[in-house]
Design a protein around this ligand. Sequence first.
Ligand SMILES: [Zn+2]
Length: 110
Amino acid sequence: MRESCRSVVHSPHVDRTLVRLLASQALSKIVGSHERGRAMYRAGAVLAVTIGAEHAVSARVRSATRARAYSVSGTLSHGRLYCQCAWGGDCKHVAAVLFAIAQASARCHR
Ligand SMILES: [Zn+2]
């Protein structure tokens, strides 16, 4: 899980416990993309995640073919993130980012 510790950056004032909860809640709304999202996360497709004030998320995720990267952004508190891919959200890229956030918030201590 070191990988996700490097790729997920929390701003200092973010509550990690709350972030993990919000990520889990958002994941529960996109069940259809769970497995593919988890596989992408494990394959290291999540390049970078930044969590800022108001739980705003900004992330980059490699496409399955690794031919390009998609931007994923939104506000965790709103329970939904948006993706640059054709689906626009509720997709495996968003699921991968949420897995990275949930894992990093649970296991990384800095
Ligand atoms: Zn997507």
